[in-house]
Design a protein around this ligand. Structure first.
Ligand code: RFL
Ligand code: PHB
Length: 382
């Protein structure tokens, strides 16, 4: 079995298959150091946490992850808590994606798994007859596979091999994200829908804060000095009794925002999973969780195929995943639309947003809908 990409999707798939006695080789274009340091998502939804624990990856997660029982929505100068535990009886864990990646790489290598870093010129062939991956690791190589998983992210090579239809939306804004050496002053995430634009307060550890500001899509991060970032965060996150701890920046970057789905997620014996098949704007914190959900379905399907010759799971793979994908697409689009200010937004749009926010924090039914989506729908329930 060949897996292209050593992000959360590819590494977890390799780990899940190994537990079923199915060997795989993971091919990754970057170095191990690079993928272990890449700062991205931070929220693990409940089904993700349960799965990681179930498959022996819970130790560092439970020691270092930060369990959260809710989030705040902040708007109009007021702070409104959405209490996940009260509303749906489950919560989330804040644990950096690169920590998940470190845990997965360590587990694969400890189990004798094969991950080839820094390969180049990956090409996929013959997926409807005799799947084959060409790549270079100093010299040209060929790898024949029963099945290939395309887990190579949005800019990978796998998606182009699958004849597909694209459904997408670009947003007229981006996020400027920073990681700061500053102790969090608030123990849960704050999503702020301010008239000057969205801001998000998050964290990675008791010493490190993760913060985001909505900025125009073509923003050069260098045009934002540390002072300007802290001042703007101070304005957008302001609420009674809230103070923001400032500290030296460890990281600063701009991420564009888009919604994107490629259908179907399979062609012959090539299966797409994670960002290779779909992208969500980060407002719903769903990107990495969807990647995990895809490979959970894929590992079950491939176990059926490769161990028992049963094609039911692989035939249903794309449809099964796309139901969850579209739920997350809707949720992420909804959270994004409710909290961001478009440059052309008129006062009517702003009033609609405020009305939606007020209903979300004051109606138990509306708050429950947010909570249910945010903490993640149970595996197999959608
Ligand atoms: P990944 O993590 O992108 O992993 C794909 C891997 O494939 C490798 N690769 C190749 N390897 C071999 N040959 C090729 N031709 C290859 N092309 C690519 C890449 O080097 C990489 O190691 O995809 P995966 O596993 O599907 O995981 C998905 C998540 O990473 C992603 O959904 C989230 O991180 C999205 N995302 C965020 N999600 C959130 O929920 N909250 C966030 O704050 C957040 N921030 C982000 C993000 C994604 C970003 N990207 C993709 C630009 C910030 C950024 C910058
Ligand atoms: C993060 O901590 O990086 C984070 C948290 C919640 C989001 C997006 C990113 O919705």
């Amino acid at each position: 079995m060949g897996i292209v990409g050593a992000g959360p999707a590819g590494l977890l798939l390799s780990h899940l298959l190994a537990r079923q006695g199915i060997e795989s080789v993971v091919l990754e274009s970057r170095s191990r150091e690079y993928v272990e340091q890449r700062v991205r998502a931070g929220v693990l939804e409940h089904p993700t946490v349960e799965l990681l624990r179930e498959v022996g990856l819970g130790e560092r997660l439970d020691a270092r992850g930060l369990p959260h029982e809710g989030i705040s929505l902040r708007f109009d100068g007021g702070d409104h808590r959405i209490d996940f535990t009260d509303l749906v009886g489950r919560g989330i864990v804040v644990y950096g994606q690169q920590e998940v990646v470190k845990d997965l790489i360590a587990a694969r290598l400890a189990d004798g798994g094969e991950i080839r870093f820094e390969v180049s010129n990956v090409r996929i062939d013959g997926v409807t007859e005799d799947p084959l991956i060409h790549f270079d690791d100093g010299s040209p190589q060929e790898m024949h596979c029963d099945v290939i998983a395309g887990c190579d992210g949005f800019h990978g090579v796998s998606r182009a091999v699958v004849p597909h239809t694209v459904f997408d939306r670009l947003y007229p804004f981006a996020w400027l994200g920073i990681l700061a050496q500053a102790a969090p002053t608030h123990h849960e995430l704050v999503y702020a829908g301010h008239a000057r634009g969205f801001a998000l307060y998050s964290m990675r550890s008791p010493e490190v804060t993760r913060l985001y500001l909505q900025v125009p899509p073509d923003t050069d991060a260098d045009t934002w000095s540390e002072r300007r970032i802290w001042d703007e965060l101070g304005v957008r996150l302001a609420a009674d009794g809230f103070t923001l701890n400032e500290g030296p920046l460890i990281e600063k970057g701009v991420t564009g925002m888009r919604s994107f789905v490629a259908e179907p997620m399979r062609h012959g014996r090539l299966f797409l999973a994670g960002d290779a098949a779909h992208i969500v704007p980060p407002t719903g914190a769903k990107g990495m969780n969807l990647a995990v959900a895809d490979v959970r379905v894929l590992a079950e399907a491939l176990t059926g195929l490769l161990r028992h010759g049963d094609e039911t799971g692989v035939d249903a793979y794309s449809q099964t995943c796309l139901r969850r994908v579209w739920r997350a697409e809707h949720f992420s689009w909804w959270m994004t639309s409710m909290l961001h200010m478009g440059e052309d937004d008129d006062p009517f749009t702003r009033r609609l947003q405020l009305s939606q926010l007020r209903q979300t924090v004051s109606s138990r039914a509306a708050a429950t809908t947010l909570a249910e989506n945010y903490v993640g729908l149970p595996h197999g329930s959608i």
